[in-house]
Ligand binder design. Structure first.
Ligand SMILES: Cc1ncc(C[n+]2csc(CCOP(=O)(O)OP(=O)(O)O)c2C)c(N)n1
Ligand SMILES: [Mg+2]
Length: 369
């Protein structure tokens, strides 16, 4: 255990941005202004998408949508702190990494609508985005399996000598699953080049984290597996960026996995199917609203004279126009063609499927009496 960093990393809270917008010189990463502006833009972009898509869901135009409002810092930092060749194994709130990596917004939104532009042909649960072109697998709707999958992919990369790091995400609820234990054990034992990152947003649907575990922190669990556990302020994008960059460097240098607990808060409902007012207080939500990760970053950007409040507003307006125009385009597309029901399973379609396809093509028959 002697090679593990100070226990404080797992019990404390790595922070860069102070409430007043100043950055802690001891922990701040050196990032150039263009990168800071790009990070800000991406945080705002997913915020705007979430606002607009939740409205679309309420209007009945899309069946399901999961927002990440309040949790933007972790996925956006991941998008910038990892390399394009690294693989992402998300839980439920990391689809925005795809956008940072250049996945087109049209194609991304098409996966929320499951229409003809959806590369998954409407077969996946809506909004469970994935993109082969950007090395990101689908959301894991089942809680936990993506953690050992991320470890397995990292072990494979190591065996093949590929310079690839994998990032396996989970929520706080997922740390109570058996898959968490298997993944942590294997990752550490085989020094897999991966980052296992828990977004502790304080809730697993209606179960608060305090009822999830008696462990002092989630990060400290990593020590028992023999790997560093780092607890970071998940509403502080510069702190999360630092933690992920260091973990990725460690993994690439052959020093094995790192476990990160990113402490944040889910501001919105668990998904569009949830009503959080049934199980948590308005006061708690109001307290966290004051810690909004975008506001916090904007105070820093203004103080550092990188993005003024007026410029931030202009970026938001610009993004709103772009997002609305894209939604309009994607919404106008047709559902996947019916014949796609018969695709991708057989090389040669069996006769009974051909008969069914022909019947479908011919349309409904008049009822026979
Ligand atoms: C194995 C399994 N159990 C239960 C569920 C139902 N479920 C979906 S999301 C969720 C809570 C997940 O909480 P957490 O891991 O903290 O992630 P968060 O939603 O907070 O991001 C549950 C219980 C499921 N999908 N899979
Ligand atoms: Mg949670």
């Amino acid at each position: 255990m002697s090679d593990l960093p100070d226990e404080d990393e797992a019990l404390g809270l790595l922070t860069v941005l102070r409430e007043d917008g100043a950055a802690d010189a001891a922990t701040a990463p050196f990032l150039d202004d263009d990168l800071l502006r790009a990070m800000h833009r991406e945080m705002l972009r997913i915020r705007v998408i979430d606002e607009r898509m939740l409205m679309r869901q309420r209007q009945g135009r899309v069946g399901f949508f999961g927002t990440i409002t309040g949790q933007e810092a972790t996925p956006i930092a991941t998008g910038f702190a990892t390399e394009a060749r690294d693989w992402i194994f998300p839980a439920l709130r990391e689809s925005a990494i795809m956008l940072v990596r250049g996945f087109p917004l049209d194609a991304w939104l098409a996966q929320a609508y499951g229409n003809e532009a959806d590369v998954l042909k409407g077969r996946q649960m809506p909004s469970h985005m994935s993109g082969r072109s950007v090395n990101q697998v689908s959301w894991s709707s089942v809680i936990g399996p993506q953690i050992p999958q991320a470890v397995g992919a990292a072990m494979a990369a190591k065996l093949r000598g590929d310079d690839v790091v994998t990032v396996g995400f989970m929520g706080d609820g997922a740390t109570s699953e058996g898959d968490f234990h298997s993944a942590m054990t294997m990752a550490s034992r085989f020094r897999a080049p991966c980052i296992l990152l828990c977004q502790n947003n304080h809730w697993s649907i209606s179960v608060p984290t305090a009822k999830q575990t008696r462990s002092q922190t989630i990060a400290v669990k990593a020590r028992a597996y023999g790997m560093p556990g780092v607890r970071v302020d998940g509403n502080d994008i510069l702190a999360v960026y630092s933690a992920i960059k260091q973990a990725a460097d460690r993994a690439r240098a052959g020093e094995g996995p790192t476990f990160i607990e990113s402490v944040t808060y889910r501001m919105g409902p668990h998904s569009s199917s949830d009503d959080p007012t049934r199980y948590r207080s308005d006061e708690e939500v109001a307290e966290w609203a004051k810690k909004d990760p975008i506001d916090r970053f904007e105070r820093y950007l203004a103080r550092a004279e990188v993005v003024s409040p007026e410029q931030a507003l202009a970026v938001r307006e610009d993004l709103t126009a772009e997002v609305l125009a894209t939604i309009k385009r994607v919404e106008a597309l047709a559902p996947p063609a019916l014949r796609t029901l018969f695709e991708d399973l057989y090389q040669d379609l069996p006769q009974h499927h051909r008969d069914q396809a022909a019947a479908l093509e011919a349309g409904p028959r008049a009822p026979s009496h």
